[in-house]
Design a protein around this ligand. Structure first.
Ligand code: PXP
Length: 260
């Protein structure tokens, strides 16, 4: 199973002080040495973490493929097209959110998505769409010609955290906290079943399937068991652990959990 390490969170720390350290560029060789398969970064419209020159240097210097997340704003699409990363993952963006809260509204945004996807394809950049796990989203992704979909696993991670305590993942949105355990267990089973069935369907439709958001050292094992999910993109928990263990060890720990 492939691992993309999202290194935005290194830039979040840098931006807290608005100085030069820590530089996400320094992570490239460590992520590579630790055996990850891809570096993921998100160039947000508000540039709250990764900046244009980070993205430029990372794409230019990385030995691993770069998965560049972006919204459909024309300015950003143009930058990504010029940078020519290996893959562009189109994500929804809201200025007020702390992190990407859900998948793309694929069916409601067909025109903007089609324009962005065509532009990426014309520049030999493969495309992934970050979507909620729904049948209509995978059908729309296939219709739009994306090579990949990435399932937003935030709901799964939230249910997991509510069921097993907060562990290392603080849910970014806390729905009804005091649901009975049996209900939460049922919700978790259903969400996993949905992810499993839809990734199976998506692969049958010729799509490649990734997943990410809120995955951590505790909740990843059930996701790893879904064989049709080919890749995980994980950021927050790896960078959080790296504060104590170093980045290489934090990635090795995650890699070990992802062995099938
Ligand atoms: N995949 C996508 C498309 C994302 O936007 C994010 C969040 O930056 C991730 C994966 C990684 O999520 P997390 O930081 O919660 O591991």
């Amino acid at each position: 199973m492939l691992l993309g390490v999202n290194i935005d969170h290194i830039a979040v720390l840098r931006e807290a002080r608005q100085i030069a350290d820590p530089d996400p560029l320094d992570a490239l060789s460590i992520v590579n040495r630790a055996g990850a398969d891809q570096i993921t970064i998100h160039l947000r419209e508000d540039r709250r973490h990764i900046r244009d020159n980070d993205a430029e240097n990372i794409v230019r210097l990385s030995m691993l493929p770069i998965n560049l997340e972006c919204a459909t704003a024309p300015e950003i699409i143009n930058i990504v097209t010029d940078l020519k990363p290996h893959r562009a993952t189109i994500v929804p963006e809201k200025r007020e959110e702390v992190t990407t809260e859900g998948g793309l509204a694929v069916t409601g945004e067909q025109k903007a998505l089609r324009k962005a996807i065509d532009k990426f394809h014309n520049n030999e950049i493969e495309v992934s769409l970050f979507i909620d796990p729904t049948q209509e989203s995978i059908e729309a992704a296939q219709e739009l010609g994306a090579e990949w979909i990435e399932f937003h696993t935030g709901k799964y991670a939230n249910i997991y955290a509510m069921l097993y305590g907060n562990l290392s993942h603080t849910p970014y949105k806390i729905p009804e906290l005091d649901l009975p355990r049996a209900t939460l267990k049922e919700m978790l089973r259903n969400e996993l079943k949905t992810l499993q069935n839809l990734s199976h369907d998506a692969v049958g439709m010729g799509l490649r399937v990734a997943a990410g958001h809120g995955l951590n050292y505790h909740n990843v094992k059930e996701i790893v068991e879904i064989e049709t999910i080919e890749e995980l993109n994980i950021g927050q928990c790896i960078i959080a652990r790296s504060v104590y263990t170093g980045l290489e060890q934090a990635i090795l720990d995650m890699r070990a959990l992802m062995l099938r």
